[in-house]
Write a protein that binds this ligand. Structure first.
Ligand SMILES: Nc1nc2c(c(=O)[nH]1)N[C@H]1C(S)=C(S)[C@@H](COP(=O)(O)O)O[C@H]1N2
Ligand SMILES: [Mo]
Length: 198
């Protein structure tokens, strides 16, 4: 079967669960730019800055004391693999964001990672039910190469928005491109609209 026919067959089988141009993967590819940052949980912080009344820096223990959720979702990488039924445990984005007193002018967010990666997202796309800061995948602590100790999970957008080794959020009045967005990835990245590149 050609790749095209294989994709067609998967779309016939999975119907509206597989976004256009995607194919299912069984494993879990590791994709990132640069090295895996070294982390010591004792100095690790999740920071919120920019358009906030007061900058926030949550320690690991403070983060773990917040309400936790377990959610199951599908992830879609712009390089065309999708992975179904990921079970994530972590803290809902809304629980974290409400601890920063965000100013009303905040409309966009730059997500920063340890190691220097960034990705932009609107506040509306970020602070949305189902999004979380995850530390566990399918019942196991996240592997280092998948973002341990904490990664963002935003399943309704292509997976490059789901920053691994997440370090903080900077709230902004306007949209600014993050790392891949500067190199030609779509500014929003909705897999259902195939917003891959701009
Ligand atoms: N910090 C960081 N997060 C990142 C990236 C990266 O380079 N650095 N790559 C993104 C991209 S392009 C993808 S497809 C996913 C891959 O996540 P995985 O390696 O867990 O599959 O991580 C995203 N998050
Ligand atoms: Mo990616």
């Amino acid at each position: 079967m050609s790749l095209f026919q294989r994709r067609q067959a998967q779309h016939d089988e999975y119907g509206d669960r597989l976004p256009p141009g995607q194919k299912l993967t069984d494993g879990w590819p590791v994709l990132h730019y640069g090295g895996v940052p070294k982390t010591d949980l004792a100095d690790w912080r999740l920071e919120m800055a920019g358009l906030v009344e007061e900058p926030v820096a949550l320690t690991w223990d403070e983060l773990m004391a917040l309400p936790q959720v377990t959610v199951t979702n599908d992830i879609h990488c712009v390089t065309t693999w999708s992975k179904f039924d990921n079970v994530w445990t972590g803290v809902p984005v809304a629980e974290v964001v409400k601890r920063a007193r965000i100013k009303p002018e905040a409309k966009h967010v730059m997500v920063h990672s340890y190691g220097g990666y960034t990705t932009n997202i609107s506040l509306e796309d970020l602070d949305r039910e189902g999004n979380l800061f995850a530390h566990t995948h399918n019942g196991e602590p996240l592997a280092k190469e998948h973002g341990w100790p904490l990664r963002l999970v935003v399943p309704h957008l292509y997976f490059w928005k789901s920053a691994k080794w997440v370090r903080g959020l900077v709230f902004l009045p306007e949209e600014q491109p993050g790392f891949w967005e500067m190199y030609g990835y779509h500014i929003r990245g909705d897999p259902w609209k195939e917003e891959r590149y701009s």
